[in-house]
Design a protein around this ligand. Structure first.
Ligand code: AMP
Ligand code: TRP
Length: 336
C-alpha cells in the first residue's frame, strides 16, 4: 500500500510566528517521512482581506523558504504556490455551486474576521473555506495537519466532499476522498503575548503580541521581557484565571523538550523574574538553526525558484487529474 497523503498550507501574510510553527509546520516536519506530503503557500487566501500588492510576492517566497528552513524535506514533500495552479480556483467555483450559503455563514473565522472588516467584507472572505476545501480535495488528501482554529474548515471540507459524493458519485466509487484533520494537542493554540485569551496572530496590529520565526535574539528577549504576566508567584498550567501563565509554560515545555509534569514541578515556586530568562534562552536556541538555514536559502533565489517550479509541475499533475474527475461527474463536455 502506498503512503497516505498529507496536504496543508499557510498564508503568506507577513511573518510566520510561533503559532504557525507549533500549530502547523513543526507537525508537518515531524511526521513527513510517514506520508506523501504536499505543502502549499496559500497566496489566493491572502487576498481575502485587504492586502499589500508590493509585498505579496516576497512574502510568498519567504513562506516557501521558511518551510524548507523549518525542516521540510523534498525527499518526502512537494512545496508549491497555490496561485500557480489554476485548478484551485476552478474547483472552488464548482464546489461553490454545491455548497449551501448557510454553511459558510456559520464559520467562526468568517464571523470573527467579518466583524473586524465592517462594511468591507468581500465575497472572497465568505468563500475562503471553499477555496480551502478545493486545496485539500484536489490532492485526495487523507490527512490535514492544522492548528485548532482550522478544525471547523476541515470539517466543512468533509461535508462538501460528502455532499458531492452523495449527489454525483456512486456508492462504491466516491468521487472525492474525505480527509481527516490532524491536530496536535501541545501548541495547537499558541496565545498572544499581550493577551492570553487571544490567539497569536499575524493580523494583530501589535508586533509585540507575537514572536516571529525570523525575529533576532534581542527582539525575542524584549518581547518576552515585556509580555503580559500576572502578580502571582509560583507558575502553574492549571489555573484558568491565568491564561498567560499556561501559554508561557507551554512554550517553555515545547522548546525545552521537557514534559508538562517536569515543567510544572520545575516552575511551581518560580516567579516571573526567574522564569522569563529561561524561556528566552530556549526560544532563541530553538529558532537559531531555522534562522541560519533561512538565510542560506533566501540568498539562493535560483534554488528556491527551481523548488517551486518542480513543485508546481508535480502538484499540477495531481490536481488536474482530480479536477477532471469532478468535471466529468458534473457532466461537463470535455475539451477536445
Ligand atoms: P494562518 O497564519 O492563518 O495561515 O495559519 C496557518 C497555520 O498555522 C494553520 O494550520 C493554523 O491553524 C496555524 N496557526 C495559526 N495561528 C496559530 C496559533 N496562534 N496557534 C496555533 N496554530 C496556529
Ligand atoms: N486556512 C488555513 C489557515 O489560515 C490555511 C489553508 C488554506 C490551509 N488552505 C489550506 C490549511 C489547506 C490546510 C489545508 O490556517
Amino acid at each position: 500500500m502506498g503512503k497516505q497523503r498529507v496536504l496543508s498550507g499557510i498564508q503568506p501574510t507577513g511573518n510566520l510566528h510561533l503559532g504557525n510553527y507549533l500549530g502547523a509546520i513543526r507537525n508537518w516536519v515531524e511526521t513527513q517521512s510517514n506520508y506523501d506530503n504536499f505543502f502549499c503557500v496559500v497566496d489566493l487566501h491572502a487576498i481575502t482581506v485587504p492586502h499589500n500588492p508590493t509585498t505579496l510576492a516576497s512574502d510568498t517566497f519567504t513562506n516557501a523558504a521558511l518551510y524548507l528552513a523549518c525542516g521540510i524535506d523534498l525527499q518526502y514533500a512537494t512545496i508549491f504556490v497555490q496561485s500557480h495552479i489554476a485548478a484551485h480556483s476552478e474547483l472552488t467555483w464548482l464546489l461553490n455551486c454545491i455548497t449551501p450559503l448557510n454553511w459558510l455563514e456559520r464559520m467562526i473565522q468568517f464571523k470573527e474576521k467579518a466583524v473586524k472588516q465592517g462594511e468591507n467584507v468581500s465575497v472572497g472572505l465568505l468563500d475562503y473555506p471553499v477555496l480551502m476545501a478545493a486545496d485539500i480535495l484536489l490532492y485526495d488528501a487523507d490527512i490535514v495537519p492544522v492548528g485548532e482554529d482550522q478544525k471547523q474548515h476541515v470539517e466543512l471540507t468533509r461535508d462538501i466532499a460528502g455532499r458531492l459524493n452523495d449527489k454525483f458519485g456512486s456508492k462504491d466509487e466516491p468521487v472525492l476522498k474525505i480527509p481527516e484533520p490532524m491536530i496536535r494537542k501541545e501548541g495547537a493554540r499558541v496565545m498572544s503575548l499581550t493577551d492570553g485569551n487571544k490567539k497569536m496572530s499575524k493580523s494583530d496590529p501589535s508586533d509585540m503580541s507575537r514572536i516571529n520565526l525570523l525575529d533576532p535574539p534581542e527582539l525575542i528577549q524584549k518581547k518576552i521581557k515585556r509580555c503580559k504576566t500576572d502578580p502571582v508567584k509560583g507558575l502553574t498550567f492549571d489555573d484558568p484565571d491565568r491564561p498567560e501563565c499556561k501559554n508561557l509554560l507551554t512554550l517553555y515545555t515545547v522548546f525545552s523538550n521537557k514534559t508538562t509534569s517536569e515543567v510544572a514541578e520545575q516552575c511551581q515556586d518560580m516567579g516571573w523574574g526567574q522564569f522569563k530568562p529561561l524561556l528566552t534562552e530556549v526560544t532563541i536556541d530553538a529558532l537559531k538553526p531555522i534562522q541560519e538555514k533561512y538565510k542560506e536559502i533566501i540568498d539562493d533565489k535560483g534554488y528556491l525558484n527551481s523548488v517551486l517550479k518542480e513543485g508546481k509541475e508535480k502538484a499540477e499533475a495531481v490536481a488536474n487529474q482530480n479536477l477532471s474527475k469532478v468535471k466529468k461527474v458534473l457532466g461537463y463536455l470535455p475539451p477536445l
